[in-house]
Design a protein around this ligand. Sequence first.
Ligand code: ADP
Ligand code: MG
Length: 253
Amino acid sequence: MAGYVLKAENLNIWFGNKHVIKNVSLEVPDKSVFALMGPSGSGKSTLLRAFNRLLDLYEDVHVEGHVYFDGIDIYAPNVDPTWVRRRIGMVFQHPNPFPHMSIYDNVAIGPRLNRMVKSKKELDELVRWALERAYLWDEVKDRLHMPAAKLSGGQKQRLSIARALALKPRLLLMDEPTANLDPVATEKIEELVLDLKKEIPIIIVTHNPQQAARIADYTAFLYYGELIEVGPTSRVFTEPRSKLTEKYLLRQL
Ligand code: ADP
Ligand code: MG
């Protein structure tokens, strides 16, 4: 499994009797940004949630096939889903820090619950590290005890990223993290993604092909549950192997 952080094999997902992911196989190389693009309703969020077993929390969902994370089959009966969720972080489309909780506590809560630190000093250092890593420290260092609700949209999203990073995940999943942000805030997140990938591979869902072109090393195109295409981003964009990909890139789908 060397070289791949995550590998899906013949993955099928149903909500009730609705088949929403259809026999998807793909490999996500380490140290890369991997974009998952496709029109709304194609199953991007579902696939992403299957990658860290967040999908288990939904009703009436059925998963078949395999997802290997560093070679470990995360759907095997002996695997603890909470371990998977801790090792594979998630950032959502709507920035979701706890609004009434302070900036500090939003980052500190995960390490505290998981007993990752032994002292207040260690916790302070981890919180600072995560906020720095998420490009937020300089903007908030003087008001760490302010409620998160007071931050701007872009800052809230970077706080969500800091919260995920504080758990020292091995892989980061991002579900349309810039969909609700203005261009300046979007650019900052994209820059951050490119910086983070050196240490932590990232799978990012986007319905914006330009975003994939800007930041992704590899791009997959999902179309109503089927994986139409996957490969190095430059190849997918310049020589798409499917007419559907071509149409999607020309915004005709
Ligand atoms: P995308 O993120 O690409 O927009 P989703 O993964 O959200 O697509 O949805 C894929 C399909 O699964 C859609 O048809 C959607 O209606 C359906 N779906 C998503 N979540 C649920 C759910 N919790 N229960 C039932 N159907 C769902
Ligand atoms: Mg979605």
